[in-house]
Design a protein around this ligand. Structure first.
Ligand code: PCA
Length: 327
């Protein structure tokens, strides 16, 4: 009568132990909104980051990506993470230059125009960017650059004056100011709405990267690209500090390790992909050219004015970062 009892007991215990292990190893889930399409270079790097975190944390932390501004529009992501509506996010940091000039240091025209220079600028500015974001309850995970910024135009541009009256697409305060400086009509359009704006003709000229040009199939409406290499803006991935603090120590370490790897990988990815994007623009029949000496001189002149304006706003703190960068 009692034979089955003891025979079943060990199995039952194992079952109970497994059932307990489930809730004990509860999985934390983070939502991570971003603003660029799933096959964009930043999104590709983010996807690898999320995978690495899940693997390194032994499945304890799962990050769900929400690319293409599907959860929050580009300018809303930062606030969403600050307020805990999302645990982490990716933003074009210069979108928030109005909160602190340090967020716009990477879009000061012609300050850092190559990947190497931009990396140096990030190293010099990172402590100040981290400090400011920390006051907002955000912890920086990593930063990744966009390819160098060039000029796309519906019509040929030989000199700055040729941009007068153009319908100028801006993506942040800096690109708006450039639009105004060249005498164009500036309108801010985030990338998620850019393809539409190009198709309907509300945009005829813009400064952005070959990557964004490719993302929005810019060749369908814009034939000219001038490789002015004016600056390399960055996306920064951050996490709500309280969400980070709620992780156990080993999971925190897994996140930081994956973030460091994502930063390394991201800079290399952007650099290698730049050539592929340029080749793609050419293959689609676009006319790619370096800027004429007159156009280059014109943009450099505007660059000097904007650099002075940035320095005036950023004060001693900003100057200290620029000095550190130039050392
Ligand atoms: N692409 C983004 C920002 C910088 C870039 O290269 C955009 O055009 O919105």
């Amino acid at each position: 009568m009692r034979i089955l009892g003891p025979a079943l007991a060990p199995g039952a215990l194992v079952f109970a132990a497994v059932a307990l292990a489930g809730p004990a190893m509860a999985q934390t889930k983070w939502n991570l909104p971003s603003a660029y399409p799933a096959d964009n270079l930043h999104s590709e790097n983010l996807a690898q980051f999320a995978k690495d975190v899940e693997a390194a944390s032994g499945g304890k932390l799962a990050i769900t990506l929400h690319p293409n501004a599907s959860l929050f529009k580009a300018p809303e992501i930062k606030r969403a993470v600050q307020t805990g509506q999302a645990q982490a996010g990716e933003v074009l940091i210069s979108l928030h230059e109005n909160e602190d000039p340090i967020f716009g240091i990477d879009v000061v025209p012609f300050l850092a125009t190559s990947f190497d220079a931009s990396k140096k600028l990030w190293a010099a500015s990172r402590p100040a960017v981290e400090k400011k974001l920390a006051t907002q309850g955000l912890k920086v995970l990593y930063a990744m650059p966009w390819p160098p910024q060039g000029l796309f135009s519906k019509t040929a541009v030989e000199k700055i004056e040729d941009l007068k009256g153009a319908k100028w697409r801006a993506y942040n305060a800096g690109t708006s100011r450039i639009g105004e400086a060249v005498g164009a009509q500036a309108v801010t359009v985030q990338q998620a709405e850019l393809a539409q704006a190009l198709a309907t003709g509300t945009v005829t000229a813009l400064i952005t990267s070959s990557a964004t040009g490719t993302d929005v199939k810019i060749w369908e409406s814009i034939p000219y690209f001038y490789d002015i290499q004016a600056w390399l803006p960055k996306n920064v991935v951050f996490v709500n500090q309280a969400a980070f603090d709620a992780l156990d120590k080993s999971t925190q370490e897994a996140v930081l390790k994956a973030a460091a790897a994502a930063e390394e990988r991201g800079w290399a990815l952007s650099e290698t992909k730049t050539k592929a994007y340029m080749d793609q623009l050419a293959a689609k029949g676009m006319k790619l050219a370096p800027p004429s000496p007159a156009l280059k001189a014109g943009f450099e002149k505007i660059g000097v004015t904007l650099t002075d304006a940035w320095l005036a706003k950023a004060g001693a703190d900003g100057k200290a970062v620029i000095d550190a960068y130039k050392k």
